[in-house]
Every structure is written in C-alpha cells, then in structure tokens.
Design a protein around this ligand. Structure first.
Ligand SMILES: *[C@@H]1O[C@H](CO)[C@@H](O)[C@H](O)[C@H]1NC(C)=O
Ligand SMILES: *[C@@H]1O[C@H](CO)[C@@H](O)[C@H](O)[C@H]1NC(C)=O
Length: 367
C-alpha cells in the first residue's frame, strides 16, 4: 500500500516536471527551451528560468516497474471512481473536438485536415493495431505544424501538451550536441519507455525533427516498427509526431505551380506532392529522400503543410483578435496581413512567415 499512496503524488507533480527532465542543461538552452515552450507550445505561460531548473526524479522511480504494475494501479484508480469512458481520465480522445478544431481553427490546409483526422481516427478506433502511429508534418515555418500538434494533444488528452502522457522534444534544446549523441540515445529510450509504462496511450512530439541526429533516429526506430514489444514493453498505443521543414521547398513549388496554371489550391492532392517529393534529386543536401526519417518506411502518413496566402493570414488575424474578445473591421485585418512579407519576389503570393507571430503583431492594432 505504500507504493499506492505515492502514486497520485507522483502523477501530480511529474506532469510539469516532465518537460524539464534532462539533466545538465546549460542556462542558455534552458532559456531557449522556456522561450520556445511558452511562445509556441503554451500560450499562457511566461518564460521563467527558475521553473526550468526544477527536477523531479519521477523517471527512475517508474523505470523499474513491470507493465503489469500499471494495470494494477489503474484498477485501483478505477475502484476509487477515477475512471472515464476511455478507461483513463487523463485520456479524452475527443474525435468530434479534433474534427471541429481542424475545421474551424486551421486555415488553408485542406490536406492536413483530412490526413490528420483520418490517421488519428483510425488509430483510436483500432486498439488492436500492431504498430504505433507515426505522422510526419512537413512545411515552412508558420504554416501550422506546431498548432496542429497542439490541437491533437488538446483533443486526445485532458491536459493537452501539459499532460503527463504527452512528451515534447525540441531537438536543439534536448539534443544540442552531436558529440553527446550516445548519451542522448540512452536518455531518449528511457524517456519513451518510462512514458509508455505510465500511460496506456502516449503522444511523443519531436519539434525541429530535421535537426535530429541520424543516430537518434536509429535509436527510436525499434519503437516505431511492427514489434509486439521491445524488452517486454509494448509500444503499440503510442503516437509519434515529427515536425520538420524537410521537403518544404518542394511543397511550396507545387502550390506555386498550381497558382500559375490557374488551378485551385484546394485541388492539390496528395499524389501531386508525393510524386514531386519522390522526384526530388537524391543527392541534394538535406533533401527529402536523404532524410533518415523518411527512409526506412518509419512514417505512416506524410502530412504536407501548404504555404499560406494573404487571405489565410487575415483569418489568422481574425482568430487572434477573437481570442481577445474583439471583432475588428475588415480594414484592420488587411492592415495586419499587409504588414507581413510575401514571397516569391514577383508573385508575392505566400507569407514568408505564415501566420507566425500574428498574436503578437496584433498588439499594435489593439484599441
Ligand atoms: C546559471 O546561472 C546562474 C545564475 O543565473 C549561475 O550561478 C550559474 O553558474 C549558471 N550556470 C551555468 C552552467 O552557466
Ligand atoms: C469534445 O469537443 C467538443 C468541441 O470542442 C466539445 O463541445 C465537447 O464537450 C467535447 N467532449 C468531451 C467529452 O470532452
């Protein structure tokens, strides 16, 4: 019983501490992480350096437990009336909410809307699937990759990205030094294993995945594959999201070609993109086919984020105002959208920064 009385405590305190689990991080990278985390991943928090240095030794405590313990603890939880439809109150799996958020909050991404919804729905409705779900988000910065990852987390977990069943890795923060790749490998494997032991359904997000060292991709390969278990632990109920700009230039070219030929952006199909990406020259540095991630069939779904146009930026601005309870005139939205830089030089069609920093930019237009 001593074990059990500790459990709620550990679950409570580790939710926040999970983000800051790796030891020996320099002040600079701690600050970097806080900054990214607060600005990109959590609209509410303030970058706070002290927060990031808190360490809670939850990882080691759990790593030693066999998976059966999780079931025992879980049953005990249910006996206290802490159970939900999903079998675990931390997990919400709200497909209506996911469909709605993708439809209402995401702009200019018809492919993302359909692929992400289908993939996640298929995963949730098929608990017997023999493989974790891996999605790879591709596109320029500001096109909504982080935003969609957050929407997924928000609808699958009660606490969203802050859930103890969700783990966010930001490559330049968590794995900054190539020479330490062997240390990172161990930490990463342990972190994944620990999470899977603690939660019946987990979500792992790798931001800036184009910077992941090939050695680290090798280290996580076994978890993404069709194994019933790795060292006695089953990874089948895990979702892996990789966010990168790999192939972003090609996605933009396809969108530009459609525009030049007078076709609708909404008529761009997956086949148009897959064809072009495959044709991308093999020996181009940092090319799509060169990426460790895309070779070896680790990825179930390739999710292309199209570059955003003026009208999409306006919609982002409208949402940003609405989130502050404001309904500005169309002219104000135009002003916000006009302040962005549009490329390529001749066409000036796509926002170079997508919808990035729109919530901060509207500060200048507040009454
Ligand atoms: C981090 O900052 C604190 C105070 O701000 C300082 O005392 C400490 O030496 C710094 N650590 C490193 C590794 O730079
Ligand atoms: C699912 O999401 C929808 C839309 O956001 C919301 O209205 C509904 O209450 C959610 N359902 C549950 C069970 O949380």
């Amino acid at each position: 019983m001593i074990l059990f009385s500790f459990v709620p405590f550990i679950w409570a305190v580790s939710a926040k501490a999970d983000f800051f689990q790796f030891d020996s991080i320099s002040n600079a990278s701690t600050y970097y992480f806080n900054y990214i985390y607060c600005n990109v991943w959590d609209g509410e928090c303030q970058p706070n350096q002290e927060d990031a240095t808190q360490q809670v030794p939850s990882r080691d405590l759990w790593a030693g437990f066999p998976q059966e313990y999780v079931n025992v603890v879980h049953q005990w939880y249910c006996s206290l009336g802490q159970c939900c439809d999903t079998g675990d109150c931390r997990i919400t799996n709200n497909m209506t909410g996911l469909a709605r958020d993708l439809q209402m909050k995401l702009h200019g991404q018809h492919l993302v809307q359909s692929v992400v919804l289908k993939a996640i729905q298929g995963f949730i409705n098929n608990p017997e699937s023999n493989k974790p779900l891996t999605l790879s988000f591709h596109g320029w910065s500001g096109t909504g990759k982080n935003f969609v990852a957050r929407i997924v987390a928000d609808n699958l977990y009660r606490e969203g990205v802050k859930s103890e069943c969700v783990r966010l890795f930001i490559t330049p923060f968590h794995f900054p030094h190539a020479r330490l790749v062997d240390t990172y490998k161990g930490q990463l494997r342990e972190a994944i294993r620990d999470m899977v032991l603690r939660c019946p359904q987990t979500l792992f997000i790798f931001d800036e995945a184009e910077k992941l060292h090939p050695g680290l991709i090798d280290a996580i390969k076994p978890y993404l594959d069709h194994y019933d278990n790795v060292d006695g632990v089953s990874y089948r109920r895990a979702v892996f999201l990789f966010l990168s700009n790999i192939g972003g230039a090609t996605i933009n070219d396809v969108a530009l070609d459609f525009w030049h030929s007078g076709q609708n952006r909404e008529d761009i199909g997956m086949e148009d993109l897959e064809h072009r990406l495959r044709a991308e020259t093999v020996d181009s540095q940092g090319g799509f086919s060169q990426s460790e991630l895309m070779s070896g069939h680790l990825i179930d779904f390739f999710v292309p984020f199209l570059p955003l146009e003026y009208r999409h930026v306006k919609l982002c601005a409208r949402d940003a105002f609405a989130s502050r309870g404001l309904e500005p005139e169309d002219a104000t939205l135009d002003e916000v959208a006009k302040a962005m830089l549009y490329v390529p030089k001749e066409e000036r069609l796509f926002s170079a920064q997508g919808c990035k920093s729109i919530p901060q930019r509207i500060n200048f237009f507040l009454p």
